[in-house]
Design a protein around this ligand. Structure first.
Ligand code: BTN
Length: 257
């Protein structure tokens, strides 16, 4: 995959598309993609969320974009670190450029403002044999939408700041961050994991989580480089702490709020 322009400089703007991730994948399959090429749409008719869910977003009010990355030089094991990098870029952009308070990362890849979700990430990877050839980093960031069907669990930049925000400006800031953090991804991936953990919602705090329909309590210790969350269980009523263990996403569900 070639790179003819600077990272994130070329943006394909679409009024409507099924999904920016699907569009990016089609470009890759047709040999029309380059590293850093970004697709942004005002509206998606079949926006995809994590785990086969749909991603619904009001027309022209949110950032719906996909960034194409050439990942041939990276080991397959780095896939979770790319997730960390994307989370860190969105989090830092919201904190530094827009000064949104209480921004954090909810494991594994949701961005929160206070106790409400403000952004979601869907990374789709192409793997040929053992080579990680490319990745499509899909980002859905709530910007000027004020009402959400899932009522109290989502928010937007406008709801947090009390004013409209320019969508294209947000994308510019985000792509600049991604360009910079990609260097860290290449040279010091462990640093990105460390930064990801430093922004993790409820790190070192007692949390509640559901495991096989059972509500449990424990201390959230960290997320490791494979993306497993390490929780030290604190059985209720007993003052004993068990050794921490790592859980995969969907093996447990974290309770927020
Ligand atoms: C999540 O479920 O939290 C992930 C949501 C990811 C949504 C974005 S919007 C742009 C890109 N295109 C898609 O179809 N999905 C991602």
């Amino acid at each position: 995959m070639q790179q003819n322009s600077a990272f994130g400089e070329t943006i394909i703007e679409l009024n409507e598309i099924d999904s920016t991730n699907n569009y990016a994948m089609r470009l890759i399959n047709e040999g029309m993609a380059e590293h850093g090429l970004t697709i942004r749409a005002d509206f998606q008719t079949a926006g995809k969320g994590q785990h086969g869910n749909v991603w619904l977003a009001e027309e022209s009010k949110n950032l719906l974009c996909s960034v194409i990355l050439d990942t041939k030089e990276f080991e397959l094991e780095r896939q979770f670190i790319l997730n960390c990098m994307t989370c860190v870029c969105i989090t830092e952009m919201l904190m530094q450029q827009y000064v949104i308070p209480n921004v954090s990362i909810k494991w594994p890849n949701d961005i929160y403002a206070g106790n409400k979700k403000i952004a979601g990430i869907l990374i789709e990877n192409n793997i040929r044999g053992t080579q990680w050839t490319n990745a499509v980093v899909g980002i859905g960031l709530n910007i000027n939408q004020e009402e959400f069907s899932h009522l109290n669990t989502a928010t937007s930049m406008k709801n947090e700041l009390g004013k409209d925000v320019k969508i294209k400006q947000v994308l510019k800031h985000l792509l600049k961050k991604m360009g910079t953090q990609l260097t860290v991804f290449k040279t010091r991936p462990e640093h990105l994991l460390e930064t990801y953990n430093s922004y993790l919602l409820n790190i070192n705090r007692e949390i509640q989580y559901m495991k096989k329909y059972e509500l449990k309590t424990g201390i959230l210790k960290r997320v490791n480089d494979q993306g497993l969350i390490e929780i030290e269980e604190t059985p209720s009523g007993k003052h004993i702490r068990k050794k921490s263990r790592g859980y995969k996403h969907k093996e447990i569900e974290l309770m927020v709020g």
